[in-house]
Design a protein. Structure first.
Length: 110
């Protein structure tokens, strides 16, 4: 008998550093937030006017926020930091640096 090991499958939409909730641009991400939070709030606020039919807006809000409000907030941070921060690993230590700066924190001149 031989024991087999299987590696866990990566999460859908996950890169080498974890899930990616970022949008292509900040205006696109803000628009997703407006639609998502508006749909969630509207689904609850409209119950007295239209009844449970307003709950149809819940899935729309969750889809726009990519799952939950926290997923949207994480995506906002990822969208803002995309291209501005770089992670580099040397000798078992990883550092997060601002793009365009050298290791001493000085700006690189191109």
């Amino acid at each position: 008998m031989t024991a087999t090991t299987t590696e866990p499958k990566p999460e859908v939409g996950a890169g080498p550093e974890g899930p990616d909730f970022a949008s292509k641009s900040l205006p696109e991400h803000i628009a997703r937030g407006v639609v998502g939070f508006g749909s969630l709030i509207g689904s609850v606020a409209l119950i007295p006017l239209v009844g449970p039919v307003s709950l149809v807006l819940l899935p729309v809000g969750l889809f726009a926020l990519r799952g939950c409000p926290m997923c949207w907030a994480i995506g906002l941070a990822q969208t803002v930091s995309r291209g501005r921060l770089q992670r580099s690993c040397e000798d078992g230590q990883c550092r997060l640096t601002v793009a365009g700066h050298d290791k001493r924190g000085e700006r690189s001149h191109f």
